[in-house]
Each structure stands twice: as C-alpha cells, then as structure tokens.
Design a protein around this ligand. Sequence first.
Ligand SMILES: *Cc1c(COP(=O)(O)O)cnc(C)c1O
Length: 353
Amino acid sequence: MSRFFSRNFAALTPYTPGEQPQDKQYVKLNTNESPFPPSAKAQQAAAEAAASLQLYPDPTCRAIREKLAALYGLTADEVVVTNGSDEVLNFAFMAFCDNGAIFPDITYGFYRVFADLYRIPCEEIPLKADFSIDIADYKGRKETVFIANPNAPTGIPLTVAEIEEIVTSNPDRVVVVDEAYVDFGGESCASLVKKYDNLLVTGTFSKSRSMAGARLGFGFACPALIADLETLRYSTNPYNINRLTMAAGLGQLADEEETRRNCQAIMENREYTVAELKKIGFSVLPSAANFVFAANPHIGGKELYLRLKEKGILVRHFDKPRLKEYNRITIGSREQMEALLTAVKEILEDDFQ
Ligand SMILES: *Cc1c(COP(=O)(O)O)cnc(C)c1O
C-alpha cells in the first residue's frame, strides 16, 4: 500500500477471482465459464461493431434493453444493463442498503466485499447443516436481502414460491435475487418484478450465454428501482457497456435456441458427472447450476485440488471451515468431464495401492 492510499479503503480485503493461469493449457473447471463459444451471430456482430470503435456506445443501451425486455416479458424501463452482473450488484449495495445487508455465510464472495467497500453493516446468516437456505431467516427483516438463486458454491436452488415469501415478508426492504446460474435448472423470478416494487433480479451473460469475456450483466426491477440504479450508472460510467459487448450481446440474444441447447448439454453432463462421482464415493450437493460441490471422504479437498492441478485440471477450492473438504467443479463439455473423472480415479487409486 502506498502512503497516499485513502484511509477509507486501507482495510479492504478485495475479492479474489478464481485463478486464470497463463502458464499452460488447463482443463479449466474452476470459474464456471461455458465450455461453448458464443453464438456465431454474437461473434459476427462484434467483428462488425469493431469498425465503429471511434464512436462512443449508446449510453442508454436501448437496443439490448428492449431485446432483454421482450425475451423476459418486461418493458425496457424495467431493465438495466451493466458491465457484468457484478456491476449491478455493486450498484444495488450502493443504492439500497442504508439499513444494512444480510446474505448467507456461504454464498458469492463479492457480497461481503461490496458491503465492506460501502461500510454497510452486514450479517452473514449460516446455512443449515445440509447447506440449504432456511427462508425463515430472511423473512420480516430490517436489512436488505441478497440471495444467489441457485446459491454458490452449493448449487442449491430455492423455488419461486420461497423467494416470493421472502419478498412479501419484507415489503419495505429491497430483496436482491442473483440469478447468475438460473438457466441450468432453476426457476427465474423475473416475472415477479411486475408484481413487487421491492424486488431486484440480476442476471449475467457470463455463464449460460458464453460471454464471460465480454462483461455483460443485467437487472430487472420496477421502473423506480431501475431509475435509482441508472442514477448510479450515470454517476460512475454512462458508457459501461462498450460497442463490442453491446453488439455481441444482441447477437447472442438472437440465438436463444443455441443458448437453450447449450444449457441442456450442461445439465446432461452434470447429471452424468454427479452419478459417476457418487459411484466413487463422493458426496455431491444437489446442484441446479453449471457446477457441482463435491467431497470425498478418502482425500482432503485441498489435496484433491492440488493433485488435479498437477494433472492439468483446475477446480476451485475454498480454504474455509465448512467448505475445505469440498471442491467446486464447473460442468464443462463431456470430454472435459471424462478428463476430470479419469484424473480423479487415478488419484484415488494411487492412494489405495
Ligand atoms: C459469476 C457470478 C456473478 C457475476 O458474474 P459477472 O461475470 O460479473 O456477470 C454474480 N453472481 C454469482 C453468484 C456468480 O457466480
């Protein structure tokens, strides 16, 4: 830290992204990216947009907001688009947390970073013993609620009915539902934003839409909440979505069938991987996401992570009390999952000889 760094931020612990190693090619199952490239329409649209990079992008992002609205049965004034969904979450912490924030103790690590960044008092509510969320903990609260649905890194979903209970029991507080993984078998709450003025649903192109490298996220809420988020967007970076990303995003949305096919393939690979992992002794949490959270009684989580890395396979290990026996394994292509399963079997066999 330099001697010039603001005291406001000196104590911050920043978010730690998953490794993006550049030393060699790994089978990369550690950051929940899609194994599939973006749609050809997205690639072509981005290439064409490159010819106009001398011009600023449309700060209203109208075309993509209208397209998202049409796809989800909303109107454009119920949609905000952001530089990854991390940015809409950032704005939500800035905008709606004067009374503090609550979220599960095991969830997306960025919530805590944002809360600390804005000095928002927060309570991290323990998950139940089976790693599920007890919705009773989130009803009738004085704080703003953040829930990833499905949750990460567990993959466990809540139903729309359960989310609706949380929303109706907190009529004077915003409830933020982070649907980064909803397209892999969860139920979206998007349509509920027409019914409740205290619900913000966030989503991303990074996982199901194969565009993690483009940084494109979105938020759905009633027009008044969206207007608040727009005030913050225009106060930080009105050109938050660059031309290439905007064009690619529109191209991707023109190919929803391909997105659905890709998600279907991931879900099939997930069911296959879960079954195979269970055959060799793993306990695997019931995931509705593009990853599984798995532990094996014969090998520690960290050791398995390290041994897999030696074999060129990256998974995500969290060195925290309730998580350290587990690894979060992204579901990739069938070939990637076969490579993982082969490597895991070799590691377990080595240990039993
Ligand atoms: C990946 C992820 C996000 C955000 O990703 P972006 O790439 O910024 O859109 C948000 N929430 C959860 C739970 C995630 O896993």
